[in-house]
Write a protein that binds this ligand. Sequence first.
Ligand SMILES: Nc1ncnc2c1ncn2[C@@H]1O[C@H](COP(=O)(O)OP(=O)(O)OP(=O)(O)O)[C@@H](O)[C@H]1O
Length: 361
Amino acid sequence: MILKSLSLLNYKNFQSESFVFNTKINCFVGNNGVGKTNVLDAIYHLSFGKSYFNPVSSQNIKHGEAFFVVNGDYEKQGAEEKVVVSFKKGQKKVIKRNGKAYEKFSDHIGFLPLVIVSPADSDLIVEGSATRRKFIDSVISQGDKVYLDHLIKYNKILAQRNALLKYFAVNNTFSQDSLDVYNDQLNEYAQPIFKKRQAFLEVFMPIFQARYKAISKGSEQVELEYKSDLFEADFKTLLKQTLNKDKAVQYTNVGIHKDDLVFNIGEHPIKKFGSQGQQKSFLIALKLAQFDFIKQQSGVNPLLLLDDIFDKLDESRVAQIIKLVDDEHFGQLFISDTHADRTERAVKQVHQSYNIFNLNA
Ligand SMILES: Nc1ncnc2c1ncn2[C@@H]1O[C@H](COP(=O)(O)OP(=O)(O)OP(=O)(O)O)[C@@H](O)[C@H]1O
């Protein structure tokens, strides 16, 4: 899959800008704040219908303007595809594929597979479990519509159950029958989500371990440990057991919305025991494994976005990454870097064609 060209209208710091891309490597260089990451984010937007860095759509509109439009022309499996994302303040966001608006954004997810490697990935290590669940969900969802559908439904019912718990508390009332309706529905979607997360990790773990080994050249063993309440007991039993607590805090305390992924190095959490270099290698390995997994599932080469990664790595790891992307295994690449010289030196070593876009005015 190739992104042939991109045009932006009032997207973040860009008023009107367009790019025609190289089919292999595209680099955006320029000073801090010039908009390199914003271009990558616009490409991300076309795949996921939202920004990777700022999910508040109105804040993606250029200051002082009322709307933004991002337009991408792709070639996928021999067909031309035109995807346009537009958003006007006070209105619903619109995603169109070849002129036809999607009714459900979730139908678009996975159509333009993409993996982004960014300094913001460190959130996966330092932040709470929600960030890691989002990672698992985004990897599985890109190749599994049913999973995404179940997840959306689960979250909707969860919100309704929480609202009911609040209603009980405010009105000093309770109805087990009403709660059971939600418990049954939650259970119906929790089971397949739980099973798919388990199955996903079984396939994903060896891919990830191989990637880590290739980048780090180290002997340390890394693993991803899936934690879920549902390993403890049947979900409906768990809901019964936590009922008093749920009533007290007016919130559902057990379920797959509490799942976590523990990142271990040598059997200890990397958050506490990994060096900075090990943490960076871990995150890059995680993202490259995501690439491998999506490619394996979809048969399509995802776009690979490398945001500011040269800054975060020592020379030997940069060389290692460059060697990796030289492989035919990877498709089209988009790289951002502050140093034009460094980028050019790095991509010159690769036996592929490239374009460098200097965004300095
Ligand atoms: N809604 C918006 N309207 C106008 N400008 C915006 C908006 N959102 C972000 N910006 C601007 O975009 C710029 C940041 O762009 P970006 O993060 O792409 O920079 P960068 O070139 O990647 O920089 P760095 O090298 O520091 O990572 C900032 O100057 C910021 O003020």
